[in-house]
Ligand binder design. Structure first.
Ligand SMILES: [Mg+2]
Length: 284
């Protein structure tokens, strides 16, 4: 009898419009040499990556349907954009996948002249990404500078942020939030949820004092704590490493802290057992 396969944990994502959100362009850009990343974008993406969000671009490229450039140009533009982002963000990978829709119902190129479920405001690109990359859409966000971005995000059950500085446009938008640029949007997305009044602190005690000197284990504990906070919506206030224990401080009080640490202990113990030793890294 085969054992049931484990479902991978769903991850949160941020879907990003391209033109006017990541790059300074009003649309129809098919030349990689014209790419200009907007100010604050690298910092914004760094912040989102540090908070364990997967990043995707979801962009309408009706310029293909209008015959301004071809799909090959879109691919080359995205490859160049990714290289520029990696360099400016300081990461080996930034955008997990670039989704684009080359169709347009009023296009002049016959093969691309039609409506398509990927074309925003339809949510097709977000659904495709969610299926391909195990994304939790309800914990994800869509950010863009047009209402069609907001509508696509909302149709996929994501929270939405419209980037705009125009008061009338902001007032008319169906978005959950309005921010002036991507950096402010990233701060909004990663801001702790300040619903808790109490604070709880619990320590995880290592079984041996050298266990917490293991740098990779420390990094694992940090990233698992962040992922757990993201998954549960619990606000992680502080994570401190000491000689023989890790203290975890969360909003919501002692009971919430205890539940959080129990889960973190289980996750990190699993990692330790498969990477280091059969016995638990934690004492009683
Ligand atoms: Mg745009």
């Amino acid at each position: 009898m085969s054992s049931p396969s484990r479902q991978p944990a769903l991850r949160p994502a941020v879907f990003l419009d391209r033109d006017g959100t990541l790059i300074d362009n009003a649309g129809d850009l098919g030349d990689p040499d014209q790419l200009q990343i907007l100010p604050g974008v690298p910092q914004a993406l760094r912040l989102l990556l540090d908070h364990n969000f997967m990043l995707f671009v979801a962009t309408n490229q009706g310029g293909v349907a209008r015959g301004k450039y071809n799909e090959d140009a879109v691919t080359r533009t995205h490859a160049r954009l990714e290289r520029m982002l990696c360099e400016q963000v300081g990461a080996p990978h930034v955008i997990t996948e670039y989704y684009y829709c080359p169709f347009h119902p009023q296009g002049t190129v016959q093969n691309y002249r039609r409506e398509h479920e990927w074309r925003k405001p339809a949510p097709g690109m977000l659904f495709a990404a969610a299926l391909a990359h195990a994304i939790d859409l309800e914990k994800s966000w869509m950010v863009g500078d047009q209402e069609r971005d907001v509508l696509a995000g909302a149709a996929a059950q994501c929270r939405t942020i419209l980037l705009c500085s125009d008061r009338d446009q902001a007032a008319a938008s169906a978005s959950d939030f309005v921010e002036k640029d991507l950096l402010n949007a990233a701060r909004r997305i990663t801001a702790p949820i300040l619903h808790a009044t109490a604070v709880g602190a619990v320590a995880l005690h290592a079984r041996r004092s050298d266990i917490l000197l293991d740098a990779m284990f420390q990094e694992t504990i940090k990233s698992m704590a962040l992922a757990l906070a993201q998954k549960t919506g619990i606000q992680l206030l502080q994570l401190d490493f000491h000689a023989s224990n890790v203290t975890v401080m969360v909003a919501g009080g002692e009971v919430i802290a205890l539940g959080f640490v129990t889960e973190l202990r289980r996750d990190t113990e699993r990692w330790w057992r498969s990477h280091r030793a059969a016995e638990s890294p934690w004492g009683s």
